[in-house]
Design a protein around this ligand. Structure first.
Ligand code: FAD
Ligand code: DHB
Length: 395
C-alpha cells in the first residue's frame, strides 16, 4: 500500500492530525495496535485549552464538544484551611478552558475519520516497524491477522504515545531524552455522581494532593496522590471516598456525593522530553515525544500544538512546495513543550507531598499564600493553565 503520511497510533494525536490533513486533501494511513473500543474506553484527560477546542473546530469534529463541553472561567486552590479562586478569564483577557473527556473527543474523531475517504485506519496492527526514514524512503510494516504488510509513504508521524515504536526506533546517538520520575502517582476514580463543586479544586493537604474534577453535571472525576507502591486492589471505593474527603476543606467534604466507581486506576507521574522531534522523514507528535505530570492538565493540550504545527507544515509542503516549516517543526514545537513541562513540574511541586520533612510544606504554603495575595502570582497560574499561545509566526 502507498500513502502520503503514515501515522502510527490512533489516539487523539494521530486521529486529529489525519483529519486536519484530510481537509487539505492529504491522504494518510493510521496503524493502531488496539481495537477502536479499547482506545475509546481509556479514561484520561478532561480539560481542553482553547487551542485544542479550536483545532477540533478546524478539523470539523466539534459539534458535540460545542454542545456538551462545560466552559470553566476559574479554578480553586485549597490549602492550609483556605480556598482561593483563580479567575482565569478575568486575568487572561477572557480565556477559559473546556471540560470534555478524552473518551468523548476520541469517539468524535473516530466517527469522522472512519467516514473520511482520505484516511484508512488499520486496527489491531501488531509489531509495527519503521524503516528508511533517515534515507528518504520511509516504510511501515505491521502484522494483521497473521499476515505481514507494508505501507510506503512520504512522511511518518509517530503518534504512538510514550511506549510506542516510533521513538524507540531512533538510533540512540541521534536522540537526547530528559526525564524525571516523581516518587508518587495519582489514583483516579470516575463516578456517576454530581461534582462536589462547579469548578475544579486542586488541594494541597498534609496527607497529600487531591483533585476534584468532572466530566459533566452528573459525572465526577476525582484523584488522590498515592505512593508508588500502592496497589489498586487495596483501594475499595469506600477507602477512596474517605481519603479524598480527608484531604478537602470540611464543608466541601461534607457535601461530596459518593457512589460506585465506573473506573479506578493509578497513573505514574513523569516529566519527559525527547530532542529533537524530527529524524529525517519521521516526526514525533504528542506523548510519543513528551510527557508531563497531569497536575496542569497539559498532556493532551501539548499534543494539540504539535498537531497544529505538523499539519500546518505538511499542508505548506504539499500545497505550496515549501519545506521551511517542516524544518522548523521540532524547534517551534519544543519551545511550547518546555514551557508546559516547566509549568506542570512547578504546579506539581507546590501542590504535592514529596517527603515527610515539615519544612517542605511550610514553604509550599508560603508560596501559595504569596501567589494568592498577588495579581501577578494569580496571573502566572491563569496564563499557564488556560494555555500559552501557539507561535503566530509559524505559517
Ligand atoms: P496516546 O493517547 O497514548 O495514543 C497513542 C496511541 O498509539 C494509542 O492508541 C496506542 O494504542 C497506540 N500505539 C502505541 N504503541 C503502538 C504501536 N507500537 N503500534 C501501533 N499503535 C501503537 N492528560 C491530561 O491532560 N489530563 C489527565 O488527567 C491525563 N491522564 C492521563 C492518564 C494516563 C494513564 C495517561 C497514560 C495519560 C494521561 N494524560 C492526561 C495525558 C493525555 O491523555 C495524553 O497526553 C494524550 O492521550 C496524548 O495523546 P497521544 O495521541 O499523543 O497518545
Ligand atoms: C483532570 C486531569 C488533570 O490532570 C487535571 O489537572 C485536571 C482535570 C481530569 O481528568 O478531569
Amino acid at each position: 500500500m502507498r500513502t502520503q503520511i503514515g501515522i502510527i497510533g490512533g489516539g487523539p494525536s494521530g486521529l486529529c492530525l489525519a483529519r486536519l490533513l484530510s481537509l487539505s486533501g492529504i491522504k494518510s494511513v493510521i496503524l493502531e495496535r488496539q481495537t477502536r473500543d479499547y482506545v475509546e474506553a481509556r479514561i484520561r484527560a478532561g480539560i481542553l485549552e482553547q487551542g485544542m477546542v479550536d483545532l477540533m473546530r478546524r478539523a470539523k469534529v466539534s459539534d458535540r464538544l460545542d454542545k456538551e463541553g462545560l466552559v470553566h472561567d476559574g479554578i480553586v486552590l485549597a490549602f492550609d484551611g483556605r480556598e482561593e479562586r483563580v479567575d482565569m478569564a478575568s486575568l487572561t483577557g477572557g480565556k477559559r478552558v473546556t471540560v470534555y473527556g478524552q473518551t468523548e473527543l476520541t469517539k468524535d474523531l473516530y466517527d469522522a475519520v472512519l467516514e473520511d475517504e482520505n484516511v484508512t485506519v488499520i486496527f489491531s496492527a501488531g509489531d509495527v516497524e519503521l524503516s528508511g526514514y533517515l534515507e528518504g524512503s520511509p516504510k511501515l510494516s505491521y502484522t494483521k491477522d497473521g499476515k505481514r504488510s507494508t505501507v510506503e509513504c512520504d512522511y511518518i508521524a509517530g503518534c504512538d504515545g510514550y511506549h510506542g515504536a516510533s521513538r524507540a526506533s531512533v538510533p540512540r546517538g541521534m536522540i537526547r531524552e530528559f526525564e524525571r520520575v516523581y516518587p508518587f502517582g495519582w489514583l483516579g476514580l470516575l463516578a456517576d455522581t454530581p461534582p462536589v463543586h462547579e469548578e475544579l479544586i486542586y488541594a494541597n493537604h498534609e496527607r497529600g494532593f487531591a483533585l476534584c474534577s468532572q466530566r459533566s453535571h452528573t459525572r465526577s472525576r476525582y484523584y488522590v496522590q498515592v505512593g508508588l507502591d500502592e496497589k489498586i486492589e487495596d483501594w475499595s471505593d469506600d477507602r477512596f471516598w474517605d481519603e479524598i474527603r480527608a484531604r478537602l476543606p470540611a464543608h466541601i467534604a461534607e457535601r461530596m456525593v459518593t457512589g460506585p466507581s465506573l473506573e479506578k486506576s493509578i497513573a505514574p507521574l513523569r516529566s519527559f522530553v525527547a530532542e529533537p522531534l524530527r529524524f529525517g522523514t519521521l516526526f514525533l507528535v504528542g506523548d510519543a515525544g513528551h510527557i508531563v505530570p497531569p497536575t496542569g492538565a497539559k498532556g493532551l493540550n501539548l499534543a494539540a500544538s504539535d498537531m497544529y504545527y505538523l499539519s500546518t507544515a505538511l499542508i505548506a509542503y504539499y500545497n505550496e512546495g515549501r519545506s521551511d516549516l517542516l524544518d522548523r517543526y521540532s524547534e517551534v514545537a519544543l519551545r511550547r513543550v518546555w514551557a508546559a513541562v516547566r509549568f506542570s513540574w512547578w504546579f506539581t511541586s507546590i501542590t504535592h507531598k514529596f517527603g515527610g520533612d515539615p519544612i517542605e510544606r511550610k514553604i509550599q504554603i508560603a508560596e501559595l499564600d504569596y501567589l494568592m495575595s498577588s495579581t501577578a502570582g494569580k496571573t502566572t497560574i491563569a496564563e499557564n493553565y488556560v494555555g500559552l499561545p501557539f507561535d503566530p509566526s509559524f505559517k
